[in-house]
Design a protein around this ligand. Structure first.
Ligand code: AMP
Length: 217
């Protein structure tokens, strides 16, 4: 199954991605996670990306496309893949179409998660992540039992530097400007599946699973 998940920051792409990977056993390719790994590894690519990410801006296309292309041409993607956070621009969408066609793994569907701004703001600014095991909490919806400490492994929680209201506004503006045209591109190709992601997680998952099972029919 070759799929892509889309939605603004805080729409629940991470949560739904975990469920999709578990259910359909395909690799999860998140451009944001890949950039964060490069930043932690202090690579040249990481240093370039960091300047943009810290401002809530998109990393330039040529850097991003090359990084994802290297990942998508690995053998494990032959059995399918879940792309997350890529493509975010029309140039990336076109590059993706070309590279997946060349490798023989064309996209089959796009899951589009849709959520209102106020809900997104709470999800984003309340998000806390464990430094050690990456468990995700939210101070409004799913607080840890002791503030700032992970329930699972007891390590410290942190807030991503781009998870503030100011950065969220920039990220949503970037989403509006750059990514909405990508959504239109996929809608025109008849691949987009719209999901109401403002509901509780279980309800969102039901809708996502149903949409994906339809591709397999
Ligand atoms: P995410 O975790 O997907 O929200 O990504 C975090 C940040 O990484 C974004 O705000 C961008 O700065 C950068 N980023 C991730 N994916 C892309 C992409 N496809 N194109 C450009 N920048 C990206």
């Amino acid at each position: 199954m070759n799929i892509l998940i889309m939605g603004p920051a805080g729409a629940g792409k991470g949560t739904m991605s975990d469920k999709i990977v578990e259910e359909f056993n395909i690799p999860h390719i998140s451009s944001g996670d890949m950039f964060r790994a490069e930043i932690s590894g202090k690579t040249e690519l990481g240093l370039t990306a960091q300047a943009y990410i810290n401002q809530g801006l998109l990393v330039p296309d040529e850097v991003t496309i090359e990084m994802v292309k290297r990942r998508l041409t690995k053998d494990d993607c032959k059995k399918g893949y879940l792309l997350d956070g890529f493509p975010r621009t029309l140039a990336q969408a076109e590059a993706l179409e070309k590279m997946t066609r060349e490798v023989g793994i064309p996209l089959q569907a796009i899951i589009c998660l849709e959520v209102e701004f106020d809900e997104l703001a709470k999800r984003i600014t309340g998000r806390r992540i464990c430094k050690h095991c990456n468990e995700i909490y939210n101070v409004y919806f799913k607080p840890s039992s002791t503030e700032g400490i992970c329930d699972v492994c007891g390590n410290e929680l942190f807030q991503r530097s781009d998870d503030t209201v100011e950065r969220l506004k920039v990220r949503l503006q970037e989403y509006e400007n750059q990514t909405v045209p990508v959504l239109e591109y996929f809608k025109n190709a008849g691949l987009a599946k719209k999901i109401n992601a403002g509901q509780p997680i279980d309800e969102v998952w039901k809708e996502v699973k149903k949409a994906l099972e339809e591709i397999n029919d």
